[in-house]
Design a protein. Structure first.
Length: 200
């Protein structure tokens, strides 16, 4: 017996996720068959997606909001589209583009050709948007560096207490355990701190 599934991919924005879930529940899909993938577009792991693909069988139905839920770049989207629809025989329904629904009956070869062209066009558009995002991010990083802005997490300031305790330990005035207790650090963190201080 065929099953109905939903794939939702978000980049951890709760509001976006809630909107997609509400949309899918209105269709009448069971909540436990809604697969939510909180992955960055950059991620190649996609463990939940790959588990879903393994679970899907011939004649199962998979709802996605847009074809870009299958991947970020042109080749990946088309590869996954072919894997699902042609190799596994899964019916894919695309809410934002019903013309891509694979359970549509084709009137003739032209109808099928239009669907194929549309899938290529949507894959191209998704990849193009992703390339623009990456380009803007890269430009933003260059501009930030040029203006002297420090990127990433701010480095914590080393205190006088930390310097004194490290020096006392190195002068053998206190034991390692005493140093760790005074600074409330684990060994690895203490040795890292010691190396940083010695390189000042």
């Amino acid at each position: 017996m065929s099953e109905i599934f939903v794939l939702i991919r978000v980049s951890t924005k709760k509001q976006k996720e809630a909107r997609q879930i509400t949309r899918m529940l209105k269709i009448g899909i069971r909540k436990d068959n809604i697969i939510i993938e909180k992955e960055s577009g950059k991620s190649t792991k996609r463990l939940k997606y790959h588990r879903l693909v393994k679970r899907l069988k011939k004649d199962d139905i998979l709802y996605i909001e847009n074809i870009d839920r299958l991947g970020r770049d042109y080749d990946t989207i088309l590869e996954q589209w072919n894997l699902l629809t042609r190799q596994k025989g899964v019916t894919v329904k695309v809410l934002d583009t019903p013309l891509l629904d694979t359970d549509r009956e084709f009137k003739d070869l032209t109808d099928k050709y239009i669907q194929d062209v549309l899938s290529l066009s949507q894959a191209y558009q998704a990849d193009s948007e992703w390339q623009k995002i990456k380009s803007r991010q890269a430009q933003g990083i260059v501009a930030a560096k040029a203006s002297g802005k420090v990127l990433g997490r701010p480095k914590s300031q080393i205190t006088e207490t930390e310097i004194n305790v490290v020096h006392q330990y190195q002068n053998k005035d206190i034991t390692l355990n005493t140093a760790l207790n005074l600074l409330k650090l684990k060994k690895s963190a203490f040795y890292k701190l010691r190396n940083t201080i010695n390189n000042l």
